[in-house]
Design a protein. Structure first.
Lengths: 118, 115
């Protein structure tokens, strides 16, 4: 099975500073990677996804992610953090369903709480 | 507007009282699934469905049932809820035919407390 890991439970940054939320992956075959954000009392919102061949992926709200095959990482970045970016962030990878019939499942990391201080 | 709608958003119930959480999507997606979110564990798949009348167990199916009688609806049923099913639940849908880099769309979540 595929897996992703988010090594930091929490990340704290000051507003205006760059932010990085880390994700590493373990897959067999090509990785299909995603980032989602969860604001308080809201559902998961899609931020961006890895497209084969593009090592730097741009997404919503000014976020981008850098795919590094040699380090098996897909870190989420933003050049200048906003207080409104404070949320729970999940990295995810496409995976085979338990029944083995399709690759519709997303396997998630444990999540990283991002707090941006004014 | 493309969306996945779950109801209710919040639910407190007692052990053993059957309940249903509804989920509906308006994007004509074939694939739908239910996840539960628990602190430190991320989201784990409970059940999934590849199309009408095709459902299968996910990674944590014990204590849950689902049905898929129409393409847009995918209710989650807890026949006899127990306190260990207290969690935040998400319904998701995606376009299987779009390939593996197609993103999933999630509902707003249902926070269930079983006392």
């Amino acid at each position: 099975a595929q897996s992703v890991a988010q090594p930091e439970d929490q990340v704290n940054v000051a507003e205006g500073n760059p932010l990085t939320v880390k994700c590493t992956y373990s897959v067999s075959g090509n990785p299909y990677l995603f980032w989602y954000v969860q604001y308080p009392n809201r559902g998961l919102q899609f931020l961006l996804k890895y497209i084969t061949g593009d090592n730097l992926v741009k997404g919503s709200y000014g976020f981008e992610a850098e795919f590094n095959k040699s380090q098996t990482s897909f870190h989420l970045k933003k050049p200048s953090a906003l207080v409104s970016d404070s949320a729970l962030y999940f990295c995810a990878v496409r995976d085979k369903d338990a029944g083995g019939t399709s690759y519709g499942k997303l396997t998630f990391g444990q999540g990283t709480i991002l707090t941006v201080h004014p | 507007e493309a969306q996945v709608t779950q109801n209710p958003r919040y639910l407190i119930t007692v052990t053993g009282k059957k309940l249903t959480v509804t989920c509906s999507q308006n994007m004509n997606h074939e694939y739908m699934s239910w996840y539960r979110q628990d602190p430190g564990l991320g989201l784990r798949q409970i059940y999934y469905s590849m199309n009408v009348e095709v459902t299968d167990k996910g990674d944590v199916p014990e204590g849950y049932k689902v049905s898929r009688k129409e393409k847009r609806n995918f209710p989650l049923i807890l026949e006899s809820p127990s306190p260990n099913q207290t969690s935040l639940y998400f319904c998701a849908s995606s376009l299987l035919a779009g390939g593996m880099n197609t993103e999933a769309f999630f509902g707003q979540g249902t926070r269930l407390t079983v006392v």
